[in-house]
Design a protein around this ligand. Structure first.
Ligand code: GLP
Length: 249
């Protein structure tokens, strides 16, 4: 695991966008796994700038989003569908047919999650997976549990995640209680993982993920076993780490 620690959110976004861009330059037809949440927003803005300057293109990129709320219409301002279009897709040259975001409004979820998983496999798997991290160390919507979630599934959100995500909704009652999420197993299959974190509220999750036991109660801890993980975090998120374990940029 390579850990880059940046001064602040702006620098974190810039370093993460450089990492992302390097992958697209090396492999323009990359399959990317994308994340939502406040953390990657700055990175997406930086990527849009790089696209506008002609430094990168999404023309041959295929994307798969990690997760989506269940029973929230995709036009809703809080759906991850809306988020991804507003924050990235509407501003770059990605082809609509190459965008995959779990659909939280299908009838047969059992069939749908299997198809989502197979579709990732049919394009050769994910080259670069972007991740944020929840305060309870969840990745995607893989919440702390007795076992690691292997495949894309329908999941119940924990109260801590519902509370954290209620900041985007008018009231906590409007926050969906279920989501579709790629499993920890599906995430782990990605060839490269780029995880971003910013702020003091993520410091404990980051420390547990790196230095804790590998335990499904700390979903991100499984990444200790992955051979290509890059962390780009700011100094507040890194405050519980030993200085000699990271690269200061
Ligand atoms: C949500 C998303 C995760 C994200 C996490 C942290 O629950 N499903 O993919 O990493 O929140 O979000 P934020 O970056 O806003 O702190």
């Amino acid at each position: 695991m390579v850990i880059y620690v940046c001064d602040d959110y702006g620098k974190m976004s810039e370093v993460a966008a450089n990492q992302f861009a390097a992958h697209l330059i090396l492999k323009p037809n990359s399959v990317v796994g994308l994340a939502t949440g406040s953390t990657p927003e700055g990175m997406y803005s930086e990527l849009i700038e790089k696209y506008k300057k002609g430094e990168i293109s999404f023309k041959n990129v295929v994307s798969f989003n990690l997760d989506e709320y269940i029973d929230l219409p995709k036009e809703n301002e809080n759906s991850y569908y809306t988020f991804m279009h507003e924050k990235l897709f509407d501003h770059v040259d990605i082809k609509a047919e190459n965008i995959n975001i779990p659909d939280g409004n299908v009838k047969d979820f059992e069939k749908y999650v299997k198809e989502y998983e197979s579709k990732i496999e049919s394009v050769g798997g994910i080259d670069l997976q972007i991740l944020g991290i929840g305060k309870n160390a969840h990745i995607g919507f893989n919440e702390p549990d007795k076992v690691f979630l292997k495949k894309t599934s329908v999941v119940d959100l924990t109260q801590s995640t519902i509370d954290a995500n209620s900041r985007f909704f008018d009231s906590i009652d409007e926050v969906p209680k279920k989501a579709i999420s790629m499993g920890t197993g599906s995430i782990f299959k990605a060839k490269n993982i780029l995880l971003l974190a910013s702020g003091k509220s993520k410091a404990e999750a980051i420390n547990n993920m790196i230095n804790g036991e590998i335990d499904p109660q700390i979903p991100a801890s499984i990444l200790q076993l992955h051979s290509n993980v890059v962390l780009v975090i700011d100094k507040e998120a890194a405050e519980l780490l030993d200085e000699d374990t990271y690269i200061r940029v």
